[in-house]
Design a protein around this ligand. Structure first.
Ligand code: SF4
Ligand code: FES
Length: 247
């Protein structure tokens, strides 16, 4: 496949960024999107065209949440329920022009090129995304009967990889789907109930203080989430928050 890439280049958070255009030839449709970027970077180095394009990645298996890119106007690109690292070039056509941008959201400042600082998510997790009470060992956990419906809901919520696509896709840069997934994961399990009220209050407070916007129910986050986290978790978050505030 021959491709034209329009890629956002920006030296640092305060520098002015702009799109640069690069041509790539002979890309295999079986390459992953990140492999395609690796090939581009090798070409930029070998031909002394430009410094390599910086982009984030780690597992390349769809589980770490590092690799978010805005591709042709969609977080993680044109495929549904896949991360950028799991996207393959067969989803594009020979001769295509592909526009690649970083996440665009105030709480995720650009570090360089396509890399953004998502430590705001870490701060939300530090505010309550953990269980600090003694829950015993593995045999204890297995001895506690949990209704299947609750276990399934908690597991669905736990699928969130913290990639930030929900924030990037939201016109308000809301982190509600991410926070909802974390709150819902714990709220559905007995181990998480001990600290449930403090958790939801602290995580929502951190989310607001870090500059994320409000949810206005557009559903863009659910549509673009690579792990198909359901909006129903936001309903759960709202219920948990309401109860924590009044009781
Ligand atoms: S809710 Fe979905 S889009 Fe948002 S951080 Fe989690 S996995 Fe990514
Ligand atoms: S590199 Fe880990 S999810 Fe994509």
């Amino acid at each position: 496949m021959d491709l034209t890439l329009k890629i956002w280049r920006q030296k640092n958070a305060s520098a002015k960024g702009k799109f640069e255009t690069y041509q790539l030839k002979g890309i295999s449709p079986d390459s992953s999107f990140l492999e395609m970027l690796d090939i581009l970077n090798q070409q930029l180095i070998d031909d002394n065209i430009a410094t390599p394009v910086c982009f984030d990645h780690d597992c390349r298996e769809g589980i770490c949440g590092m690799c978010g890119l805005y591709i042709n106007g969609r977080p993680h690109g044109p495929d549904t329920a896949v991360t950028t690292c799991q996207l393959h070039m067969r989803k594009f056509k020979d001769g295509d022009t592909i526009v690649i941008e970083p996440w665009r959201a105030k709480p995720f400042p650009i570090i360089r090129d396509l890399v953004v600082d998502r430590s705001a998510f870490d701060k939300i997790m530090q505010a309550g995304g953990y269980v600090s009470v003694n829950t015993g060992g593995v045999p204890d956990a297995n001895a506690i009967p949990i209704p299947k419906r609750n276990a399934d809901t908690a597991m669905d919520a736990a699928a969130c990889i913290g990639c930030g696509a929900c924030v990037a896709s939201c016109k308000n840069a809301s982190a509600m789907l991410f926070v909802a997934a974390k709150v819902s994961q714990y709220a559905n399990l007995p181990q998480g109930k001990v600290e449930a009220k403090e958790r939801v209050k602290n995580m929502v407070k951190a989310m607001d203080e870090l500059g994320f916007g409000n949810c206005t129910n557009t559903g863009a986050c659910e549509a673009e989430c690579p792990k198909e986290i359901s909006l129903s978790h936001i309903a759960r978050l709202n219920r948990e928050f309401f109860v924590a505030k009044i009781v």
